[in-house]
Every structure is written in structure tokens, then in C-alpha cells.
Write a protein that binds this ligand. Structure first.
Ligand code: TXA
Ligand code: MG
Length: 327
């Protein structure tokens, strides 16, 4: 058991003393949670196998699920790669941002960081706090989402505390995250670029940058390229089920013990509590906090009315499908 300290920091002008303290924890092999533009990450020195192993233990994360390594800038990211393909060169132009590039792993990073894979997922986050923390520490930081494995990802410091109190030395609280769902993960090792996890930057934006088509989805048979992409993930504690339309909700007949979450749909009356998330970017930003709120009401069930299956909703739909996949 570790004592967890929550340290408030100004998101635009982080206090140097707080950053120095957090960097000292990281250099000693400890864990510090910090905000990225997507979700809070559970950070450790990516170059130390012992520190990386502590992340897996704190989260209860299966050992076959690789971590994302965060760099302060493109040069630091390149230092984490054994090879920097021309596709990476191009897509790094979208950094800093919610985009993770999977490339061959440098030998300077321990195999643990990518769960034994020969590749590594790299990204440069945008927020001043995250980049300053990495720069002051002087090491790339491995950081998965700062939640217990399979649970809803954290978009506020209090979410991290709720899941990981006593398991992390420090939480830098710089307020709610701006984007709200995890980065797009794109594989650049295969013969064609492939989106392994849909996210804030969609396949068409990547294709435009690359000047070539980008595949989506898990691909054909053979070993999974992204072993961490389990069916069940981002799951609230109450049983959650999904319906595809307000009409289907009416047919289901929710009771006063059910919480209903309508995403990208017109509000409809229900006997119990109800949440509505309107457009795709608002829905992404508020999704995980809303799922936690739904849970906090201790409902019999959480019934989610899914947004339409259009490209604009792809990433949010992916998270909602995983949140409603029975364990
Ligand atoms: O927005 C984000 O990406 C957040 C913030 C903290 O940066 N991080 C995040 O990490 O979502 P995590 O651990 O919850 O998700 C990492 C996922 C893995 O489950 C896996 O699907 C994919 O990224 N991934 C990481 N390294 C990979 C690799 N070498 N090959 C294939 N997939 C990889
Ligand atoms: Mg996660």
C-alpha cells in the first residue's frame, strides 16, 4: 500500500516544484498519474522494467496487453523506435495529438513495455503538463489509462483516485481532459497502415496525410496485431446493455430501476434517471464521466441507446460496444 498524493497543477502553467517532485518519483521507479488530452495516464519510466511491471500490478492488467509510450517530442519518440518508417515520418506531423503509432521497438526499451511484442506504441501528447513532465523527467513514460483493468477510463483526477488510491504515489490534477476518449492506434509495421483502435483522429484523416488508403479493424486471420483490444473494456460495474434505436428502447420497456443513456439521439421519456449526450465530440468528452455517474446511481441496469452507425460516431460506438459486452 502506497500513500497517494493528489497535487493540483495549473493546466497551462504547471508549477515547477510539483513537476520536479513528480519527476523524482518517476526516476525512482514510482508511478505518477497525469492528464493527457484523451484520458489520465498511469505513468512510469518506460526504460525501467521494474517500473513498467508496477503499472501492470497497479492496474491488474493482463501481461499480454502492451502499454503506450509517451514522448515529449518527435525526436524522443524516434529514440524509442528501432526503425522509423516513412509512414511514421508523415503521421508524426499530426503530433502532438491523440494518435499512437505502432513501430518496431528500440532495444533501449524493455520487452515488458510492449508485453513482449517486437513493436511499441508511441505518442506525443499535447497538454503542457504532460509534455513538461516527460521533459523534466528526461525519459519516455509508459502510460496506459489510469483505471483498473477493464473498468471505465478516467477523465478526471477523482476517477483515478477512485480506481487506484493506494496503488500510485502521485496524481497531478490538472482538471478534466479535453478529448475524453483514447488515442487512435495505427499499426505501421505491416505492409499496409491499419487502424487497430478507432479514436479521435479517423482513418480518413490518416489516409489524407499518407496519401494512401488505411485499413481498419482487426484484419484477417493470424495472430492479433493488438492483443490488448479485448471485447470487454471500459465497462461500468452495473450490467450494461445496448439498443440500436429509441424505438428498440420503447420495446424493451425500461423501469424506474434502470438508468438510460441516450447517445446522439433525441431525448425520450423513461420512468427512471436518464442522461443525454448529443454531438460526437461532446459525447466523447463526457462519455466516461457519464458512465461513472450512471454507475453511481446503483441501477439495476444501464441501458444505452447507441448513436447511428456513421463514421463520425465510429470511436464512440467502439467504446460503447465494449462497455456493453458481457464479461
Ligand atoms: O489516449 C491514450 O492512448 C491513453 C493515454 C493515457 O495516452 N492511453 C491508453 O492506453 O489508452 P491503454 O493501455 O489503455 O491502451 C493501449 C492500447 C493497448 O491495449 C493496445 O491495444 C494498443 O494500445 N497498443 C499499445 N502498444 C501496442 C503495440 N505494440 N502493438 C499493438 N497495439 C498496441
Ligand atoms: Mg485502457
Amino acid at each position: 500500500m502506497t500513500r497517494t498524493r493528489v497535487v493540483p497543477v495549473d493546466p497551462d502553467a504547471p508549477d515547477a516544484a510539483a513537476l520536479d517532485e513528480a519527476a523524482a518519483v518517476l526516476r525512482a521507479g514510482g508511478l505518477v498519474a497525469f492528464a493527457t488530452e484523451t484520458v489520465y495516464g498511469l505513468g512510469a519510466d518506460a526504460t525501467r522494467a521494474d517500473a513498467v511491471r508496477r503499472i501492470f500490478a497497479a492496474k491488474g492488467r493482463p501481461p499480454d496487453n502492451p502499454l503506450i509510450v509517451h514522448a515529449a517530442d518527435e525526436a524522443m519518440a524516434r529514440g524509442c523506435a528501432r526503425r522509423w518508417p516513412p509512414t511514421a515520418e508523415r503521421l508524426a506531423g499530426l503530433w502532438p495529438g491523440p494518435l499512437t503509432l505502432v513501430v518496431p521497438r528500440a532495444r533501449s526499451l524493455p520487452a515488458e513495455v510492449s508485453a513482449g511484442l517486437d513493436t511499441v506504441g508511441l505518442r506525443v501528447p499535447a497538454p503542457a503538463v504532460a509534455r513538461a513532465l516527460i521533459a523534466v523527467t528526461g525519459r519516455p513514460l509508459a502510460a496506459p489509462s489510469a483505471n483498473r483493468s477493464e473498468h471505465v477510463s478516467p477523465t478526471r483526477a477523482e476517477h483515478v483516485l477512485a480506481d487506484l488510491e493506494g496503488r500510485v504515489e502521485m496524481i497531478l490534477d490538472s482538471g478534466p481532459t479535453a478529448v475524453g476518449i483514447e488515442s487512435t492506434v495505427v499499426d505501421l509495421v505491416g505492409d499496409r497502415p491499419r487502424v487497430l483502435r478507432p479514436g479521435p483522429i479517423d482513418a480518413s484523416a490518416l489516409a489524407k496525410r499518407l496519401g494512401r488508403a488505411v485499413d481498419e479493424g482487426p484484419g484477417g486471420p493470424g495472430p492479433a496485431r493488438s492483443p490488448g483490444q479485448r471485447a470487454r473494456h471500459y465497462a461500468p460495474r452495473a450490467p450494461a446493455l445496448r439498443v440500436e434505436s429509441p424505438e428498440e428502447l420503447v420495446t424493451l420497456g425500461p423501469t424506474a430501476d434502470d438508468v438510460v443513456l441516450l447517445v446522439g439521439r433525441e431525448d425520450v421519456p423513461t420512468p427512471g434517471p436518464r442522461h443525454v449526450l448529443a454531438g460526437p465530440s461532446d459525447a466523447a468528452r463526457l462519455l466516461y464521466a457519464t458512465l461513472r455517474d450512471c454507475d453511481a446511481a446503483r441501477p439495476r441496469r444501464i441501458v444505452i441507446v447507441m448513436p447511428p452507425p456513421t463514421p463520425a460516431w465510429r470511436a464512440v460506438r467502439d467504446r460503447l460496444v465494449r462497455a456493453t459486452t458481457p464479461g
